[in-house]
Design a protein around this ligand. Structure first.
Ligand code: NDP
Length: 352
C-alpha cells in the first residue's frame, strides 16, 4: 500500500503504510537540509508517534522541525559531541541540533555504562526537542533498564501561582521493563494540557477548560488562542506541577548547561522547536540484586485489582497494533501538508 483515499464521517481520509509515511517524512527533512543522521533520528520519533496514535506529537510537529532547520534556528547538520565523561555520566553537546540525534549518537555507550556501573546519566545541552519523550526511552525498558528522562522547553507556563510564563511545559517520561508484557511507560507534560493539545484545539477553533491557562493579562480564560497568544499555560496539580517543572529546569538546563526556558531566544513563530536540554537516567535492575520482574508484576496486579481501568501506554499499544495492521488513516489536509513539505505531490489512488 502507498496511499488510498476514503471517507469517515465528514472527514476525507488518506490511508498509507508506515513505510510510506516514513519515506515522505524523510524527504521533507532532507529537503529542509537535515543530514542523514538527523533525518533518521527525527523520522523515528515522528513516525513512532503517528504509529501509536499520538497525533499531537507526530506529523503536527514536522512543520516545526522543517521550519526550524530552514531558518537556521536549529542545525539540521549538527554532529553531537561528547564534552565530558565520568564513570556513569556523559555530557553531550548537541551543537544546536536535535536531542534525538544526540541520544542516538551515544546510545550504545550509555547502555554499556549502565550494564557495567548499574547506572548511566546523560546530560544533553544545546539541543532541540519538540516531540514526545516516550520514544526516547521505551526501547531502554524493552532491553531491561529502568529509564527516566525530562526536557525543558520554551517558556510557556506560569509557576507557583504566577501569571506569566517562566518555565516550559517541561515533559517527563518513565519506562520500566515488565515480564511478558511491553514495558510500562508514561510520559507527560508538567502543564494541565500540553502545548501540542492546545495547538490542536486552536487549529480547530475549540475552547479549553477553565484552569488550563490564562490570557496575556494573567486572567483565567477558556480561549486556546488567547493562551497561545501572549498568555500562559498552568501547571497540573497547582504548586505540585510547578515544582516538577522547576526541577526539570534544574536537571535539563542548569545541570546540562543548556538554556533555561525563560532565556528562550527563539523566533516568535509557534512552529519552531524549543532549545534547551535533556536529562536521562538509565538503571540496570540486575545490579540491585532484587527479584525486580516479580516485584513489578505484583505491583501492577495490585494496581489493576484496585480498579485501574488501564495502564499508561495501553492506549498507544492498541493504536500501534491497529496501525501496523491496517496502515495509518490521516486526514486529507494533514496529508496535503505532508505532501507540500516533501514537495512530492500526493499520488492518486490509482498510482497506489
Ligand atoms: P497525557 O495527559 O495525554 O498523558 C500522560 C500519560 O498518562 C500518558 O503516559 C498516558 O498514557 C497516561 N494516561 C492518560 N490517561 C490515562 C488513564 N486514564 N489511565 C492510565 N494512564 C493514562 O500527556 P500530556 O498531554 O501531558 O503530554 C503529551 C505529550 O507531550 C507527552 O508525550 C510529552 O512528552 C509531550 N511534551 C513534549 C514537550 C517537549 O518539549 N518535547 C513538552 C511538553 C510535553 P497513554 O499514552 O496510553 O494515553
Amino acid at each position: 500500500m502507498r496511499e488510498s483515499h476514503e471517507a469517515s464521517g465528514d472527514q476525507n481520509l488518506v490511508r498509507l503504510s508506515l513505510a510510506r509515511l516514513r519515506e515522505l517524512v524523510e524527504i521533507a527533512l532532507l529537503r529542509a537540509g537535515a543530514s542523514p543522521d538527523n533525518v533518521a533520528a527525527l523520522a523515528d520519533t515522528i513516525v513512532a508517534s503517528e504509529r501509536d496514535g499520538v497525533r499531537s506529537h507526530g506529523l503536527l510537529r514536522l512543520r516545526g522541525f522543517v521550519h526550524s532547520i530552514k531558518i537556521g534556528w536549529a542545525d539540521g547538520q549538527a554532529r553531537p559531541r561528547i564534552v565530558s565523561e565520568a564513570p556513569g555520566l556523559l555530557v553531550v553537546d548537541a551543537q544546536n541540533g536535535f536531542a534525538q540525534t544526540a541520544l542516538a549518537h551515544v546510545r550504545s555507550k550509555l547502555v554499556g555504562m549502565a550494564r557495567s556501573n548499574g547506572t548511566a546519566v546523560l546530560l544533553t545541552r544545546n539541543s532541540h526537542h519538540f516531540a514526545a519523550l516516550w520514544p526516547d526511552i521505551e526501547d531502554f525498558a524493552a532491553e531491561g533498564f529502568v529509564a527516566l528522562t525530562c526536557v525543558n522547553s520554551k517558556k510557556r507556563m506560569a509557576a507557583w501561582g504566577g501569571r506569566r510564563p517562566v518555565t516550559g511545559t517541561n515533559a517527563m517520561a518513565f519506562a520500566c521493563p515488565r515480564t511478558g508484557h511491553p514495558p510500562l511507560v508514561w510520559d507527560q507534560s508538567s502543564s494541565v494540557m500540553s502545548q501540542g493539545d492546545i495547538l490542536l484545539a486552536a487549529s480547530k477553533g475549540y475552547d479549553v477548560h477553565l484552569g488550563v491557562g490564562c490570557d496575556a493579562n494573567g486572567e483565567p480564560t477558556t480561549s486556546s488562542s488567547a493562551i497561545l497568544n501572549g498568555g500562559a499555560l498552568l501547571p497540573f496539580g497547582g504548586n505540585k506541577g510547578a515544582s516538577i517543572a522547576v526541577m526539570i529546569e534544574i536537571l535539563a538546563a542548569a545541570l546540562t548547561g543548556g538554556p533555561f526556558a525563560f532565556e528562550d531566544a527563539s523566533p516568535a513563530q509557534t512552529a519552531t522547536t524549543s532549545k534547551g536540554g535533556q536529562f536521562m537516567l538509565i538503571i540496570d535492575p540486575a545490579h540491585a540484586n532484587v527479584a525486580f520482574g516479580e516485584r513489578i508484576s505484583a505491583l501492577l496486579a495490585a494496581v489493576t485489582a484496585a480498579g485501574a481501568r488501564r495502564l499508561p501506554g495501553d492506549r498507544r499499544h492498541e493504536a500501534r497494533l491497529r496501525n501496523l495492521n491496517e496502515g495509518l488513516a490521516i486526514d486529507a489536509a494533514t496529508y496535503a501538508s505532508l505532501g507540500r513539505l516533501a514537495n512530492s505531490v500526493a499520488q492518486s489512488p490509482e498510482d497506489a
